[in-house]
Ligand binder design. Structure first.
Ligand code: G3I
Length: 325
């Protein structure tokens, strides 16, 4: 078999993967991760619900484990994610804080978490998925219900993170900004407002949960438009679905594997075509197909990542590698 170079050795930017503490305790998983990747994203343990156990108590065992694993393996860490409407803890939601208490508590959370990992977590998704699919703000989010000006609240949260760790790169993260022009337009307006009002933002993460049937030209137009902001661009949660009909009888044939490899190659090439100064990382949302979130969210017959269940490299891995300059 062709012994291909580890991805991390060929790229001029970081090659990340999303991992969990539980999976890192499996030797095959950990070895595959540290051999091929040089950046860690927390798929789960760095979310507010997992860390913030009460207004004044925090659970850092999970994040500490991940940060230590990365340090021991000379990997960078991308913190996912400080604010996500799906991850506010129940005790926080039930407190039904007014805007002043809401913000003071969140400010203390950001200062505590970003402060603990100052110098160890090089970048943060400060906010994740604040826009609905039509580009409006998510009205089901507690931030929206609490603040007359939700964007103003997010601006100040980026500032709290900046003040706590001036060296950390601060990202806004979301899905389908590349494919959805309404969402992308709202994102660009928000970036302009941050700049006009003097609030910090360093990068945009587009999750890139995509498919083999997505139009490549549309992806490239959206990605190029996103990059027109001049910000760092993070492909932050890349996985590529193949089972378009969610069919129980889907077979991941050689031809299907090649289709997926071609899409990985195409996306990596689009990213490589961006200005060097705007490249940050490509992060795949998992290591092995058998643990992908898509098996439950999309279909048990899904094969979206770079490694098979036995940790052998897929054609997708070779496709990704061939897309690197
Ligand atoms: O590990 C616990 C287990 O101890 C417990 O018994 C069980 C019962 O609830 O939960 C297990 O945790 C699950 C965790 O994944 C395991 O890693 C959570 O239930 C489950 O909700 C969690 O799902 C994650 C989800 O975010 C919510 O945090 C998915 O793995 C993860 O892929 C998904 O990632 C999101 C990104 O953060 C944002 N973009 C979309 C992406 C996909 O939804």
């Amino acid at each position: 078999a062709v012994v291909s170079a580890p991805l991390k050795d060929k790229a001029l930017f970081e090659i990340g993967a999303a991992v969990t503490v539980a999976h890192l305790k499996e030797p095959d998983f950990a070895n595959t991760f540290k051999t091929n990747f040089n950046q860690l994203s927390a798929e789960y343990e760095m979310k507010m619900k997992q860390i913030w156990t009460s207004a004044t108590t925090y659970s850092f065992d999970g994040p500490d484990y991940l940060v230590n694993f990365a340090a021991q393996n000379s990997m960078k860490v991308h913190g996912h994610t400080l604010l996500w409407y799906k991850s506010f803890p129940d005790w926080f939601i039930n407190a039904a804080y007014d805007s002043l208490n809401f913000e003071n508590n969140v400010k203390a959370y950001i200062q505590t978490v970003v402060g603990r990992y100052k110098g160890k977590i090089r970048s943060w998704d400060v906010a994740n998925e604040i826009f609905a699919d039509d580009g409006s703000l998510r009205i089901d989010a507690s931030v929206y219900k609490t603040f007359k000006d939700p964007i103003g609240f997010y601006e100040r949260c980026f500032q709290y993170a900046r003040d706590t760790d001036p060296d950390a790169k601060l990202f806004y993260n979301d899905y389908d900004q590349v494919l959805n022009s309404a969402k992308r337009s709202s994102l660009k307006k928000m970036v302009e407002r941050f700049r006009k009002e003097g609030y910090p933002i360093d990068g945009i993460g587009d999750q890139f949960h995509t498919t083999v049937w997505t139009d490549k030209a549309t992806i490239n137009i959206g990605l190029t438009d996103l990059a027109s902001t001049g910000l760092l661009i993070h492909i932050s949660e890349l996985d590529i679905r193949v089972n378009q009909n969610k069919s129980d009888s889907y077979v991941f044939t050689d031809a299907e594997q090649q289709k997926q490899a071609n899409m990985y190659k195409a996306i990596v090439e689009m990213y490589e075509a961006l200005p060097q100064a705007q490249k940050f990382a490509i992060t795949v949302w998992g290591i092995t197909d058998k643990y992908s979130w898509l098996l439950s969210w999309w279909s048990p017959k899904e094969y979206p990542l770079l490694f098979n269940g036995d940790y052998s490299k897929k054609k997708a891995y070779e496709g990704f590698l061939s897309g690197l300059k």
